[in-house]
Design a protein around this ligand. Structure first.
Ligand code: NAD
Length: 294
C-alpha cells in the first residue's frame, strides 16, 4: 500500500535556493532541509457484488484507473482464509483484487467482512459501490411473504447495512468520500411484462435511502448517490432470454433501441465514486438508454 512521503515526490522548494522566486537567503542563514509532499496514494474502492456483472465491471474500470480495489460477494473468499486473500500487503493478493465472502443481507456477515477489510485498509475505503443485488420475477398473487422478504433483505436491507458500515469508517476520514448505491428503473416504472413487485419496491427503497443518506452524511463530507440502470446485459437480465420479446421491448420503450452493457453502467458508478463528482450528492442517475423519459 502506498503511504507517506515517497521517493521521487516533488520538493516544495527550499528557502533561498533561488529557484522558487521568493528571494534570497540571508548570509549565514541555515539551510532548511528539503520538505517533500507525500505522494498521493491510490483511491481505495470497495465494490460489493464484485464477482459478476456490473460489480465486476466496476472493479475493472477502477483498476484501470490505478485505484486499489477490494470486493465483497456471496461467492468470495471465506473470511477464515482472508489473510491469504489480502492482509496488509496488497502484493500478496491473488488475482487482480481480493473478494471476501459476504452476504449483504446478513448484519453479522457484513460487519465481519468490513472488519476483515480493516486489516487491508485501516483508514477505511474512500468509496463504496454497492452492486450486490437480486432480481425475482413473480406475479403478485404468487409472491410469498418469504420471497418478498428475501428480495427486500438483499436489495434494501443490504444497501442499508453496507452504507452503515462504510459510513462508520468514512466519517473520520478526509478528502472526497463517496457511497454509490444501485437503484433501478424499476423504482419508477412498472413492468407488465416482468412482474416484480418486491424488486421494484426494494429499488424504491434504495432511491429513498440515497436521498436520506446524502442529507445525513453530507456534513461529514460523504457523498451518497445512486445509479439506476435500465435493461443491462448481465446474468440478472431475463428479458433477453426471449429475443422476440426483447426486440419488441427495445423498439417500443428504449430510445437508444438496445440494452446496455455492464461496462457502460460501471463507468457511471466509477464517476460518481470519484473526486470528479465532488459536488454531486443525492442524485439518482439513470443509465437506461433513455427508457425513463418515455
Ligand atoms: N442487470 C440489469 O439489467 C440491472 C438493471 C437495474 C438494476 N440492476 C442492479 O445492478 C446491480 C448489479 O446487478 P447485475 O446485473 O450486475 O447482477 P448480477 O446477477 O450479474 O451480479 C450480482 C452479484 O451480486 C452478488 N450477490 C447477490 N446476492 C448477494 C448477497 N446477498 N450478498 C453478496 N453478494 C450478493 C452475486 O453473487 C453477483 O456476483 C443490482 O443491484 C441490480 O439490482 C441491474
Amino acid at each position: 500500500m502506498t503511504t507517506g512521503a515517497a521517493s521521487g515526490a516533488p520538493s516544495v522548494g527550499t528557502a533561498g535556493s533561488g529557484t522558487a522566486g521568493y528571494g534570497t537567503a540571508l548570509p549565514g542563514a541555515a539551510q532548511e532541509p528539503a520538505r517533500q509532499s507525500p505522494a498521493p496514494r491510490a483511491r481505495r474502492l470497495l465494490v460489493t457484488g464484485a464477482g459478476a456483472g456490473i460489480g465486476a465491471a466496476t472493479a475493472a474500470v477502477a483498476l484501470r484507473r490505478g485505484w486499489e480495489v477490494a470486493g465483497l460477494d456471496l461467492a468470495g473468499t471465506p473470511l477464515a482464509e482472508a489473510p491469504r486473500a489480502g492482509g496488509a500487503d496488497p502484493a500478496a493478493r491473488p488475482g487482480p483484487f481480493p473478494i471476501l465472502q459476504c452476504d449483504v443481507a446478513d448484519e453479522d456477515s457484513v460487519e465481519r467482512a468490513f472488519a476483515a477489510l480493516d486489516a487491508l485498509w485501516p483508514e477505511g475505503p474512500d468509496a463504496v459501490v454497492h452492486c450486490a443485488g437480486v432480481y425475482r420475477v413473480t406475479p403478485l398473487t404468487e409472491t410469498s411473504a418469504a420471497a418478498w422478504d428475501g428480495v427486500l433483505g438483499v436489495n434494501a436491507r443490504g444497501s442499508f447495512l453496507v452504507a452503515r458500515e462504510a459510513a462508520r469508517r468514512m466519517r473520520s476520514g478526509s478528502g472526497d468520500r463517496a457511497i454509490v448505491l444501485l437503484s433501478s428503473i424499476g423504482a419508477i416504472r412498472g413492468d407488465d411484462h416482468e412482474p416484480s413487485a418486491a424488486y421494484s419496491s426494494s429499488k424504491g427503497a434504495v432511491s429513498s435511502l440515497t436521498g436520506q443518506l446524502a442529507a445525513e452524511l453530507g456534513a461529514l463530507g460523504i457523498r451518497v448517490n445512486a445509479v439506476a440502470p435500465g435493461v443491462i446485459d448481465t446474468a440478472m437480465t431475463t428479458l433477453t432470454d426471449d429475443p422476440a420479446a426483447a426486440s419488441a421491448f427495445f423498439a417500443q420503450r428504449v430510445p437508444l433501441r438496445r440494452e446496455g452493457t455492464a461496462p457502460e453502467v460501471a463507468e457511471a458508478c466509477v464517476f460518481l465514486a470519484s473526486p470528479e463528482a465532488a459536488y454531486i450528492s443525492g442524485a439518482v442517475l439513470p443509465v437506461d438508454g433513455g427508457q425513463s423519459v418515455l
